[in-house]
Write a protein of this length. Structure first.
Length: 367
């Protein structure tokens, strides 16, 4: 259909050459980088994640590094989640918000030491924001981007592959916990995490010149479990109820609207960015909430540009943020960011590009 022109503004991943060798067919742009989205067989890639083990280039999850005496203080100022008991080797999911309580990213915050943190970010320029906040508050901390690039091993057989490479200690890692180690002389961080509900690990490469070597180590180790290439899977993540920052959120979305309220601690210090607004929103109650919708009939949905209107009668009540044909349910499903007065079981009309289709609001996850 069309290609992407190389540019100094568009950064390739350390795993880029390996993905070309694997036969990648499509990319998207995420954090000013190329992220593989298919290797030509979407349904096969889906079932590999569900039943086996899948290898992903997710170097687009760029790291914002906080280093210095005030690193922990800056992390807490940025995050409306209590980090006071976080210890080295532990990651925490943190919804970052602006001063209006609007969600602007949802990284994993990894604490490597008392004076060293990484924010493993979704798709927005948090580096600039964090640096500005640090300067404005007069903090003694350096905000930078380290040479760190994640690769994910996901699926029910992921532990077998990662243990084969790293040792059985990886099986004991709790979710979001990690350990620094080396693989054949390559410095990495191994974390039990990943953007799927099928289980797995993220391997944070700490030397960008070794991307192809690290990829090949896991590719070879995983042959006994039929490992193959994949990517954060559109169908699996919707079935599993995984919210995408920027995909299922807009410029007014707060964490309470998209089921992230449990990661907001309202008693964090008053100087935490956005906490005053979040306390007010929590007291008043969110105006929207995220539900699922099962759409009656129609052609199988595929990823599309933009949101699509959801109506109840003649009243617009929200949006279909993302929809997909579920391989397991054999139905069109999606996320519905709708008015708080809409409830599970209600019938709605979904205004897709081709026609208006009736559907039923439901809880998530779907499976």
């Amino acid at each position: 259909m069309f290609g992407i022109s190389p540019s100094a503004r568009l950064r390739p991943s350390p795993f880029y050459e390996a993905t070309l060798h694997e036969g990648v067919t499509t990319f998207t742009v995420y954090n000013h980088m190329l992220m593989p989205t298919s290797y030509g067989h979407p349904e096969d890639e889906y079932w590999r994640l569900i039943n086996g083990v899948s290898q992903w280039d997710v170097a687009v999850e760029r790291q914002v590094q906080l280093r210095g005496p005030d690193a922990a203080r800056l992390a807490q100022i940025l995050a409306p989640r209590d980090l006071s008991r976080q210890v080295a080797g532990q990651g925490k999911y943190v919804p970052l918000c602006n001063h209006r309580g609007v969600l602007i990213n949802d990284p994993i915050c990894l604490k490597l030491a008392d004076d060293l943190f990484w924010l493993s970010i979704a798709d927005s320029n948090i580096w600039f924001w964090a640096g500005a906040i640090a300067a404005e508050r007069g903090l003694d901390v350096e905000v930078s981007e380290p040479d760190v690039s994640p690769m994910a091993i996901q699926g029910p057989k992921a532990a077998e592959v990662v243990a084969h490479v790293c040792g059985d200690w990886v099986r004991e890692l709790k979710y979001f916990w990690f350990r620094e180690t080396e693989i054949d002389g390559i410095p990495v961080v191994v974390q039990r995490s990943g953007w799927s509900k099928q289980g797995g690990f993220e391997i944070y490469l700490r030397d960008g010149s070794k991307g192809s070597k690290l990829w090949d180590i896991f590719r070879e180790a995983g042959r006994s479990w039929d490992i193959g290439p994949g990517n954060p899977n559109w169908c699996e993540r919707i079935e599993s109820g995984l919210v995408s920052y920027g995909g299922d959120t807009d410029e007014t979305t707060n964490p309470f609207e998209v089921r992230m309220g449990k990661y907001v601690d309202l008693d964090v210090p008053d100087d935490t960015v956005g906490i005053a607004a979040l306390r007010r929103i929590a007291a008043e109650g969110p105006k929207r909430h995220l539900l699922g919708v099962v759409i009656d009939g129609g052609a199988p949905l595929a990823p599309a540009f933009g949101w699509q209107t959801i109506a109840r009668g003649d009243r617009r009540v929200g949006d279909l943020t993302n929809g997909v044909f579920s391989y397991r349910l054999k139905k069109n499903i999606g996320f519905a960011l709708v008015s708080a007065d809409c409830g599970i079981g209600e019938r709605v009309d979904v205004h897709l590009k081709d026609a208006v289709h009736p559907g039923t609001l439901t809880d998530i996850p779907f499976v």
